[in-house]
Design a protein around this ligand. Structure first.
Ligand SMILES: Cc1cc2nc3c(=O)[nH]c(=O)nc-3n(C[C@H](O)[C@H](O)[C@H](O)COP(=O)(O)O)c2cc1C
Length: 383
């Protein structure tokens, strides 16, 4: 029933299809969160504690959902968050996600742990591009990443600030997930039961981490995520470092993983153009608040000074409309396109983005809104 991306009408449909296609350690790496996964679940549930109040009879035949966020013009207020290792999920990896994002006129974020080179993405993708930076102990590596991003015409630098150590992802501990996949007994069994994934994984371009590999010999070998974060990243990173990075970069800059009002204000002080309100999809500090629950406080404090992106748990167009009603400039998501990537490569991601875009346009019409600025706190109530 769910064997075809054409039948995937929502994120949950793609999730089921991805589950059937991926070896279980890989599926659980995408699907899982930290500790008891309470924050991960709350991220989506928080959208269910409030309701939209539509207006009618407003002439809604033409709806414009384009917006400008961090200086980038995008055709819809939802973009693809940076996520690691996409060629593990489907052999087309970042090539598929970036092309699908380009087709929908939205921004694509590539991770420091990306599996396609920055230069290739830079020369092939004309729509806005974000590079997500992890702050390495090796300053030469950080500098070289910035230079390569400049040369490849990346538009926005996102410094991830919520991953100073990796979260306790117990599903990965249980499945023995590593990057790339290690040939342990369980993974061989998983490969055997998912032959089409396994054939693609072994006959296509070898897995690697091209953004890191020239600097870190370990990047060529199987690494666990906790090893990467604890050995290679700089836990002394502080506000001064973030400010210096912003100056060095010189273009639009955001902090990914801001949650408190205090930090949001400091992001304004160091000259960031955006903050991604995020708990890393519930993969880091379990028990932390959901971005949507925290959104109004942040908007009240800094909404007129910086672009606020709300991220985490978004699976529906109405989630985006709710976040925008509270004052977010745009939203972004990870799993909403990753399941689709695993399910069907570029065509899968295109279908997922098309589902979300159609939902947003339909929901705008049902709300009696023709442009995003029509959305406001007047049209939302908490239960
Ligand atoms: C499989 C996976 C890998 C991720 N890798 C990264 C990463 O390399 N860097 C980063 O800043 N965030 C990473 N994230 C977090 C996403 O950028 C984003 O914050 C999160 O997916 C949002 O939650 P959602 O998946 O519920 O939309 C990853 C998320 C997932 C699911």
């Amino acid at each position: 029933m769910f064997g075809n991306i054409k039948n995937c009408n929502n994120t949950e449909d793609f999730r089921r299809l991805a589950k059937s296609k991926l070896p279980s350690p890989i599926f659980h790496y995408i699907d899982g969160g930290a500790d008891d996964e309470i924050t991960m679940k709350r991220n989506t549930e928080s959208y269910e504690n409030c309701d939209l109040i539509p207006n009618v009879l407003r002439g809604v035949e033409d709806v414009d959902i384009s917006t400008t966020v961090m200086g980038q013009n995008i055709d819809m207020p939802l973009f693809c968050s940076p996520t690691a290792a996409q060629r593990l999920f489907h052999y087309q990896g970042e090539r598929a996600v970036s092309k699908a994002a380009e087709k929908f006129g939205t921004m694509f974020g590539i991770s420091s742990l990306g599996t396609v080179g920055l230069e290739e993405i830079g020369s092939n993708i004309k729509t806005p591009k974000m590079f997500q930076l992890y702050y390495h102990k090796d300053r030469g590596l950080t500098d070289s990443m910035l230079e390569r991003c400049h040369a490849a015409n990346f538009d926005v630098l996102a410094l991830t600030v919520d991953t100073i150590v990796t979260g306790n992802r117990e599903r990965d501990l249980r499945t023995g997930f590593t990057m790339p996949m290690r040939l342990a007994l369980e993974s061989i069994l998983s490969f055997a039961t998912h032959p089409s994934w396994a054939i693609n994984y072994f006959i296509r371009e070898k897995f690697d981490l091209p953004i890191l590999k020239d600097h870190i010999p370990e990047a060529n070998f199987a690494i666990s995520l906790s090893d990467y974060f604890s050995k290679m990243l700089d836990q002394s990173m502080n506000w001064k470092d973030a400010e210096e990075l912003r100056k060095k970069w010189g273009k639009d800059f955001c902090l990914k993983g801001i949650m408190s009002v205090e930090d949001a204000k400091r992001a304004v002080d160091i000259g960031a153009t955006g903050i991604i309100l995020s708990n890393h999809g519930g993969r880091q500090l379990d028990g932390s608040r959901s971005p949507f629950d925290q959104l109004s406080e942040i908007v009240d404090a800094v909404g007129d000074k910086i672009d606020i992106i709300c991220e985490g748990g978004i699976t529906r167009g109405t989630h985006v409309l709710k976040a925008l009603s509270l004052g977010a400039k745009a939203c972004s998501g990870g799993r909403m396109y990753l399941y689709a990537l695993a399910a069907g490569g570029q065509k899968g991601v295109e279908k997922a983005l098309s589902n979300m875009k159609n939902e947003m346009i339909r929901d705008m019409k049902l709300m009696g809104c023709t442009k995003l600025s029509d959305l406001s706190r007047k049209n939302i109530r908490f239960r």
